[in-house]
Design a protein around this ligand. Sequence first.
Ligand code: GLA
Length: 387
Amino acid sequence: MDIISFTDKYYEKYGNRNDKPALFFSPGRVNLIGEHTDYNGGFVFPCALNYGTYLLIRKVKGNKLSFSTINFVDDTEVEIKDIFINTSRKWINYPLGVLNEFLKKGIKISGLELLFFGDVPNGAGLSSSASIEMVTAVAINELFNAGFSTLELVKMSQKAENEFVGMNCGIMDQFAVGFGKKDNAIFLNCDTLFFENVPLVLNDCSLIITNTNKRRGLTDSKYNERRSECEKAVELLQAYKPVRNLSELNTGEIHLLEKYIKNPVVIKRAKHVISENGRVVEAVKVLKENDLIRFGELMNLSHDSLKDDYEVTGNELDTLVYEGRKLPGVIGTRMTGAGFGGCTVSIVKKTDASKFISELSVIYRKLTGLEPDFYQPEIGDGAGRIG
Ligand code: GLA
């Protein structure tokens, strides 16, 4: 979709070619390492993609918000109220939840005409949700001169997702989408929100994202189950020391888990979180030292831990990862995002990339009956106005 035909579609829908809409873009994200650590106050290492959500938007007279999207047929009008309520149309809840956060902070909103277009696959673990939220947040912030900082917009978007959409996510996705920087990954401490941009120099390798194309039916309920298992672990560890979250323990303390947590499942969950934090710290260090081989090994170990200890992978992700590892030129490969389906992220030698794609397609199709999709993204900037 090019910008000219996107704008044409806008005028076809809303008319009045004399009033040019503003254009905003917000990326999706891929997490390189540090999974299921964000809501445990831990470390993550995501980066923003050059795929994401585009929004054309303008103010209009009156009291009506008009929502439309190029991705499917679904036009909705919503009357502006003091506070919005959750609608039966799932995708509208993302922008509506964000608008609600502005209303709650006392920002008055007038009529709007919005047209969305997204080229990040939905429900694939690449943060299509955070992308829609943040594109709405940056647009409303600018159009109504609300003056919120990027961090405030990130927090408002996360709140919209937690409270309005009803998905109890951590802060990683909205943060990566808001603060992304071209050719850099973000080393973020999710407890303090201190972060550092780290150049993602892959030399003769490239980043390949593979979509399992498995619908992630159970993700939300399993996600919440994992969160409460971690909370349980924190509660039991109070007998050891007064920790606020699992990330206050270090890898040298993993052997103590068995003493304080008797439930073997809860022990495994805690072990994943603590060991994953250790892997993120080391991954950032070795990347800075240009040691991609070790970076790849840490990606592999991360996946193994998500499979064995956190149990959020499943047959499709495991097939891509363990079959992928057998192919030449694969430096590291792991699931990314919440899991249970969605995507893997791999670092593959450029010279082996096309072979990786063709051979893995054949094997994956044969073993699962599903057709995978492959993306070779660039690392882009965070959400903002582009036209
Ligand atoms: C989803 C959530 C994030 C994070 C990841 C797992 O993407 O939205 O907050 O918890 O899962 O790392």
